[in-house]
Design a protein around this ligand. Structure first.
Ligand code: MCN
Ligand code: MOS
Length: 767
């Protein structure tokens, strides 16, 4: 079996009753058995021979510069092959990240000498064994000249930062409308740094062939994008780089891009002429790439006495690095959730001495909803109106920001379904009105949303003479279910049993696919597979009608493909395999992409796949496309100890058509679990003296585990939305995390009467 021959057989075809065909059924995960058996080979487990081990060395000061690195002791240590730093490293060509930040200078080395944050990559050691590399790395003698650092935006010296023009929104007269509003609230909400700690830490094996072709085994959410970065760094063509990533142990945004450590392994492998394996240690993951930046948002809401919003003023700040800009888009939910005639929203980014922050499940939307949905709860309390009723009053009939109609927005139905299942009607609005012994019980709710994005995708479908079907694409599956929904899509179109469909993913040699980010991949890649499978079916029919050796030749033009057979009628039908054999072919292969068929040159089409700007390849949608959800959450707060337990979650979601309700439910629940962590546990703590991250392990950086998670009930109330995407689905993967933290904060208020506006909610806030 080659490294990427991963069979992804669709498991249980009879599971779902809702769908007429395989697509939409609650099929079990095609790759599940491989994972359970330990047969799914992750990047660092790839059996590459003759591999050397590379260990990273990170800076230990908050800012300043390296005066000297004494490599001699490390170089002389047993087993050491190479010590890399800014001086000894091969020089590469600078490449921009996905947000347009390009390292300064003519050439690029992945090691810093001018230091901008604690934990910056400064050196690396390559040795025969991992232990030797670690031991030698400890022998590097680095002398620093330390400068004062500004580790967080709460540091008095951080300043106001700079405005992000793209985030500015203004309609109506927010100031005067707010001043005149009979009911007003103003409050500031804060979220801490959140670090992305997927179960599989980052790392790679880099392997050069004849020093000119590079193969990289690395977990990545976008093999195509990664291949372009490596090609750019080393001046290679796209085809000379191969990225292999069939299985990924979680990414949540942190594996969407390629980071400096990846360059290190590739440089070391090239310089030494041997494959190099590099595993980023768990503590190093906290600075080898960035997570969600800290945010601060001040909201002013003005309303009439009967609960109609008249003004929304939103002032937001997020952290970024001094070396580049990442914007946690804080106005993204604020500007489209409610019908507000007067709105102003603006955002600054404040550079601090940190690694450049990056995408973390539902970037922007998540903290954006935290502020807005807490503020709506505060307004409901002040108005004496039920929080659901307040939201119903302000439900917008179109997207006020874009001026477009919604492609679909079933949020009112979300309130109905989840509210009823939760028993919301029985809620006494009075805080501290429910208790069980020493436990104060609180009920809170909040909504979430996520946009639907568009980008091109490409797939290849092969029909084989043995009757089986192979589908391939460079798309990835990081636990989401891509393997499974692709098999379901192909089976649906070709009318073959899903068990006969094998799916290959995660290899940059396969068809081009967009990043598994922004919760877009499922819709985009099923669309590509659908289109390609249809084309394969048409080609098969054409061959059946026209090939001289076809037993179906010269039939009236009415051939159909059904149940794995092709024919004019059931009686005459022969299997796809029989037809291929009869005409002397062992397979039929078709590749298609989903770029609009405009008159673009092949080069232009290629370029459309090369950047996130692939989105620009499509005409602007005439509708505003978003998924929606409403969370209803119960918490129990210990009156003496202030501990908060989430005891019940009921969520209804409108994500359009679900391709696989079982997998989508798992996505929803995963998002909610992460939301519980955001509300109650996750917090990156830095040393104010030097920006060192103190919580750089999973004991101190706490994420929600089984003991933190209650029964979660989810209802999908979406309907196929063909204005949103070709197959009617909307965004799933990031949707459900959005709104969880404010629902919990609102429930904590209801339980205790204390309004906590800063995450995570701690027990000391409540005693
Ligand atoms: N799905 C469905 N019907 C739809 C859309 C999706 O049944 N209409 C299901 C499918 O099983 C699909 C999954 O939901 O595989 C996710 O689809 P989608 O919303 O398109 O998200 P992507 O495939 O683009 O995955 C990325 C998304 C993001 S951006 C983050 S962050 C995140 C998330 O997925 N990271 C995850 N979910 C994750 N789940 C796991 N296990 N690990 C991560 O790192
Ligand atoms: Mo998801 S944070 O968009 O990869």
């Amino acid at each position: 079996m080659s490294l990427t021959d991963i069979p992804a057989k669709y498991g249980n075809a009879t599971d779902g009753e809702m769908a007429s065909g395989p697509l939409g059924r609650a099929a079990i995960r095609g790759d599940g058995a491989l994972k359970v058996r330990g047969a799914a080979t992750y990047a660092l487990e790839q059996p590459v021979e003759d591999v050397l081990h590379c260990v990273l060395v990170q800076s230990t000061i908050g800012a300043g510069r390296i005066v000297a690195i004494d490599r001699s002791a490390a170089e002389a240590a047993p087993g050491v092959r190479l010590v890399l730093d800014a001086e000894t490293s091969l020089k590469l060509k600078p490449m921009p990240d996905f947000f347009g930040n390009t390292p300064a200078g003519e050439t690029y080395v992945p090691f810093a000498r001018e230091l901008t944050f604690n934990g910056e990559l400064v050196a690396a050691v390559v040795a025969d064994t991992l232990e030797q590399a670690h031991a030698a790395a400890a022998l590097l003698d680095i002398s620093y000249e330390e400068a004062r650092s500004v580790p967080t935006f709460s540091d008095g010296r951080a300043g106001e930062g700079r405005a992000v023009d793209a985030m500015a929104r203004h309609w109506g007269e927010a100031d005067t409308a707010f001043a005149a509003a009979p009911v007003q609230i103003e409050a500031t909400y804060e979220t801490p740094r959140e670090y992305n700690v997927p179960i599989e830490p980052h790392g790679l094996i880099a392997h050069w062939e004849a020093n000119e072709k590079l193969t990289v085994y690395e977990p990545t959410q976008w093999v195509d994008g990664a291949a372009r970065v490596f090609a750019g760094w080393f001046g290679l063509s796209f085809d000379d780089v191969r990225i292999v990533s069939p299985f990924i142990g979680g990414g949540f945004g942190s594996k969407a891009q390629v980071f400096p450590y990846s360059a290190v392994a590739a440089i070391a492998a090239k310089m030494l002429g041997r494959p190099v394996k590099l595993a980023v240690t768990r503590p190093q993951t906290f600075t080898a790439y960035g997570g969600r930046p800290a945010t601060r948002q001040t909201l002013r809401l003005g309303a009439t006495a009967d609960g109609r919003l008249v003004a929304l003023d939103h002032d937001a700040v997020s952290e970024t690095a001094v070396t580049g800009t990442f914007t946690e888009t804080l106005g993204i939910v604020t500007k489209m959730m409610y019908a507000v005639p007067n709105l102003r929203s603006r955002q600054n980014v404040v550079p601090v001495n940190t690694v450049l922050p990056g995408p973390f499940r539902a970037p922007g939307k998540n903290p954006s909803a935290f502020a807005l949905e807490c503020a709506m709860d505060e307004l409901a309390v002040k108005l004496g109106i039920d929080p659901v009723a307040l939201r119903r009053i302000n439900e917008p009939d179109h997207d006020l920001d874009s001026g477009k109609p919604w492609s679909s927005r079933r949020l009112l139905q979300c309130y109905d379904v989840a509210g009823e299942a939760f028993g919301w009607a029985g809620r006494n609005p009075q805080p501290r009105s429910m208790r069980e012994g020493r436990q104060l019980i609180g009920w809170g709710m909040a909504v979430g949303t996520h946009p639907v994005y568009t980008a091109p995708g490409e797939a290849t479908v092969r029909l084989l003479a043995d009757g089986s079907v192979e589908v391939s694409s460079s798309a990835i599956d990081m636990g989401t279910g891509t393997y499974t929904i692709i098999a379901q899509t192909a089976a649906e179109v070709l009318g073959v049993p899903v068990e006969t469909v094998t799916v290959r993913l995660g290899d940059s040699r396969l068809g081009r696919a967009p990043v598994a980010g922004g919760s877009q991949l499922a819709n985009l890649i099923t669309a590509a597979v659908h289109k390609t499978a249809l084309a394969a079916r048409d080609e098969l029919i054409t061959l059946g009608l026209t090939d001289p050796n076809s037993p179906l030749r010269d039939q009236a033009n009415t051939l159909t493909v059904e149940n794995g057979k092709i024919g004019a009628s059931r009686g005459d039908a022969i299997s796809i395999g029989e037809l291929l054999s009869a005409i002397g072919r062992d397979h039929l292969e078709v590749t298609r992409d989903t770029l609009p068929e405009a008159d673009r040159t092949p080069e232009e089409r290629q370029r459309m796949f090369s950047t996130l700007a692939g989105r620009g390849a499509f005409p602007e949608a005439a509708v505003s496309r978003h998924s929606f959800c409403a969370h209803f959450i119960e918490v129990r707060v210990d009156e003496d100890f202030g501990t908060v337990r989430v005891s019940r979650v009921v969520t209804a979601l409108d994500a359009g058509r679900l391709y696989n309700p079982k997998l989508a439910e798992s996505q929803f629940k995963g998002g909610i679990v992460m939301g519980i962590g955001m509300a109650l546990l996750e917090e990156g703590v830095t040393d104010p003296r030097n920006g060192r991250i103190l919580s750089s392990n999973l004991a101190d950086y706490r994420i929600a585990t089984n003991a933190d998670v209650p029964e979660i009930t989810t209802f999908s109330i979406g309907e196929p939305d063909y204005d949103a995407t070709p197959l009617g689905g909307k965004a799933v993967g990031e949707l459900a995390i959005v709104g969880v933290a404010p629902a919990i904060a609102n429930a904590v208020y209801h339980a205790t009467g204390k309004r906590i506006r800063q995450l995570p909610i701690r027990l000391d806030d409540l005693i």
